[in-house]
Ligand binder design. Sequence first.
Ligand code: NAG
Ligand code: NAG
Ligand code: NAG
Ligand code: NAG
Ligand code: NAG
Ligand code: NAG
Length: 805
Amino acid sequence: MITNRLCCLMDFLFLLPSLFLLPFSFSTLASTDELFFNCGSSIPTISIDGRKWMEDNFSFPTTTSSLSPTYADPNVPSIPYSTARVSTSPFTYSFPVSPGLKLIHLHFYPAEYSHFTAVHAVFSVTCSRHTLLKNFNASQTAEALNFYYVIQEYWINASSPVLEFTFTPSSSTSHAFINGIEIISSPDVFSGNKWLITNINKPTHYLIDPNWAIQTVYRLNVGGQFIPPAEDSGRLFRSWEDDAPYIYGAGLGVSYGADSNVSIHYPLSLPEFVAPAEVYATARSMGPNMRVNLNYNLTWILSVDSGFFYLLRFHFCEIQYPITRVNQRVFNIYIQNHTAVRGFDVIQVSGGIGVPDYKDFVVIIPKSGELDGFTDLWIALQPNKEHKPQFYDAILNGLEVFKLEAHGDTLAGQNPIITKKQIGHGEKKRPIPEPRHSKSRTQVILGVSYGVGGLAFALLLFVLFSLLTKYRTKSFPIPSPHHSAEVKQSSPLCRRFSFADLELASNGFNEAQVIGSGGFGKVYSGTIDDGKTTVAIKRGSSLHGQGIQEFHKELETLSKLRHHHLVSLIGYCHDSAEMILVYDYMSRGNLREHLSGKKKLPLPWRRRLEICIGAARGLHYLHTGVKPAVIHRDVKTSNILLDEQWVAKVADFGLCKDGPEGQGLSHVSSAVRGTEGYMDPEYMRLMQLTEKSDVYAFGVVLLEVVSGRPAIDRANTEEENLVEWVRLRRREGMMELVLDPYLRGEVAGRCFEKFVALAEACVAKTRVERPAIGNVLRELELAFSLQLQEHAELEDDNVHADPRP
Ligand SMILES: *[C@@H]1O[C@H](CO)[C@@H](O)[C@H](O)[C@H]1NC(C)=O
Ligand SMILES: *[C@@H]1O[C@H](CO)[C@@H](O)[C@H](O)[C@H]1NC(C)=O
Ligand SMILES: *[C@@H]1O[C@H](CO)[C@@H](O)[C@H](O)[C@H]1NC(C)=O
Ligand SMILES: *[C@@H]1O[C@H](CO)[C@@H](O)[C@H](O)[C@H]1NC(C)=O
Ligand SMILES: *[C@@H]1O[C@H](CO)[C@@H](O)[C@H](O)[C@H]1NC(C)=O
Ligand SMILES: *[C@@H]1O[C@H](CO)[C@@H](O)[C@H](O)[C@H]1NC(C)=O
């Protein structure tokens, strides 16, 4: 009997396409507010995707401040996150707007702003009569989501000529902050038919009140990749996330793109602003094996706040041959284990291959008894057997989940819970989703728990966006190669060698194989694993006291760390009196050798920049990627090694110290150690070590790189110390003399200025004046892009100036 009823329902649903023809008209686009507002910024700015952000020229009581984060992670884009409006008392922004539906993005980067610490940012946000957030703990939300920052998205129908956003701290000890506000006029994306899924498996018609506020909770490009705001359709600046982290179990199905001869054709009934073509041009289906397909459900699990109504929008489009006709692929859609549609056929609904369509359903998520106030929303697709389609399979191209303000004027829910998994893990935020198809079951569960925060529709992790805009190709996201390696944490796979092994490896510590030497002894090249792997073997001869301690420190530190820009330790030998460490062989030696021009040809500028960026990444990892932070204490050009591909690797951890946790204020006291010319004067004076001492030494490295001169130049009669020598040039206004003569004509002007200014900031006399290594890294990348940019302009000019072919 139930089946009967469902079949009727199914027939009824098949009538829907004609109803879907009605809703859209572009007349709603008449009002065109497009406001990007950079809170706390005194100047207008342009973000990396080309959007113009207005300055914060509102006048506020003096109790609110415009502040910048004390430490800004380099993975966080500077606009709008490098400034914020912060206050311990309520404050309100009033924006004049035209009437109609507005899409709102609120940007929050939970960081320390002057004396306002991130953990005390707990506040409410209202927009006119709507409560958007209540007791919102920005750092908890970002942490639970494992995002650097949080973007909350809302849709509000502006009925009065001003939209007022009020930020109210939750208690006398907390403060409120906001980094950016976007207000974009939106066409009417929520009209059209909605079907309420009830627990009797009988969807009924459902109306959305135009005066409700709506919050976007998830927006997934199913089977596709992250789509950044600038590539959204309809100039709505939405982000679309990869769906893979939300798939249940190992049943990932297959994700695929449109056949090359299929293009997306929007029917009249479906304007392009509903979703960009890129969403429809990728999909996930169950897979080629029909027997397998019949035995599982393609399932997504999305964690949502309980006690709300949710609108689920499914986007469909058939994009591959041979599916062009009705009854080739027919499937059932379940929401919360209730039947939403039985016998859904995309071609029948859309009208053909390459033609998109979408379906809306509303589901009630009752208040759960769970303590944390979250419920898993189950969405499942299952092949439909009754219709005997040609293929037992299902398909989905996109999925959006919106929270409705159906009862009362509030959308506020709980802060997502930081699961145990993430506490004290010592792991950095993972800005890049795990690689597809490699998930094990446990990782999927982890992914889902991250999803909890989807609640706070934290659109995406930012790196991703900045990386994608930088490195993105049309069809595949390419995370920066540096980046993918950044987070890799070691299993301490450190091998133990016998003395005989290493004697064999180095041909009996053959003098002809010595590649370096120092106070500790000598470094030999050698091979292990039957000649398959070339290694560097550092043999401590006649070690005592300090020397032994340094070897131990290096072994202890390096066996715990693995990073693309740190030299890797392969193993060690501790037989009898011998202390020997075995490393990856760095075939191109150290950076110093490539600057002096004595042993090797001086490096071109661009390569020098790349090496500096690599080394900065290595240091950034030491300072922020591990807990407790590691202070290297002996950063210098001869400790930056280069592999065959010129990848920079920081080496020599014999002097390193576990640093203070957190940034800036704390320090470790210890006997002053380091290398002359690189030593932080403040550290020498106060005997207090902080990460900023590494920054000082790295500044000296930068000066060596740009000038080609050594840190201490005994031959220089005027001034031995490179830092002092550069200061002299600065005072004389002769900075061009700082440039390595080998680099003349090669370095772009703006790049040179930025680079030298950065190096000078790093070697500032006091540590508070020096930037954190993350900012150094960011500035280096900026300098690099200036170089590329100016170089390209130069080439353009040449094209114009030089008419020869
Ligand atoms: C702020 O600046 C914008 C232009 O950037 C201007 O339209 C607006 O009137 C200014 N507001 C105030 C309060 O000065
Ligand atoms: C906010 O969340 C953080 C966890 O990230 C927590 O340490 C802090 O105590 C919370 N703040 C308040 C006021 O509850
Ligand atoms: C916004 O609200 C007004 C007044 O309630 C209503 O007439 C209008 O249709 C609404 N617009 C949208 C796009 O919902
Ligand atoms: C498009 O390409 C597919 C193979 O990729 C082929 O099977 C199909 O016939 C082609 N269709 C048209 C209309 O050319
Ligand atoms: C749906 O069914 C699965 C088992 O098939 C169960 O684990 C899950 O909790 C159910 N979901 C809901 C919301 O009832
Ligand atoms: C698929 O999901 C539906 C609804 O929850 C359930 O009745 C059915 O048993 C599931 N099928 C499989 C193979 O898990």
